[in-house]
Design a protein around this ligand. Structure first.
Ligand code: SF4
Length: 146
């Protein structure tokens, strides 16, 4: 995926983590184009949603609604949308280990026509160090700074 071709980025956050988190770090990383958001253009739009709670089924409704609005309100195609599964979903972190429903949610995202799926958003330095020390597991699918 060429990030310069992406016109809309969706950040999907863990609903359970979101109950204890404002989402500031992920949004800030997007607007500063840091971590997993490096490489996007300055005009790229951004929206966050949660998975809706275990096991992520609500994502189907959110993405269906998003797809309809995208079609009616913009000229952006689904192929120009990237969906980031937030770090709170795909990494082991202070909230919990990697979500066991990641593949299930990826299927829902693809079924709704969104093929550009990226694991990771903001990379916490503390979490990074704990991963390096082997305290937290390292999941290779998670890509920061690419
Ligand atoms: S499905 Fe995964 S991401 Fe969603 S609330 Fe449950 S643990 Fe969090």
């Amino acid at each position: 995926m060429d990030k310069k071709s992406i016109k809309y980025v969706i950040g999907v956050e863990c609903d359970k983590s979101r109950q204890r988190c404002s989402g500031f770090a992920c949004s800030n990383a997007f607007f500063e184009k840091n971590d997993a958001f490096s490489g996007y253009g300055d005009d790229t739009k951004f929206l966050t949603m949660t998975c809706g709670g275990c096991c992520g089924t609500s994502l189907a409704g959110y993405l269906e609604h998003f797809g309809k609005k995208l079609h009616v309100k913009t000229d952006i195609k689904k192929t120009e949308v990237a969906v980031h599964l937030a770090s709170c979903i795909v990494t082991e972190n202070r909230h919990h280990d990697r979500c066991p429903y990641v593949d299930y949610m990826k299927d829902i995202i693809r079924k709704n026509g969104f093929e550009n799926i990226i694991e990771g958003t903001f990379e916490s330095q503390v979490t990074h160090e704990l991963r390096d020390k082997g305290v937290y597991k390292n999941y290779e699918e998670v890509v920061f700074n690419k």
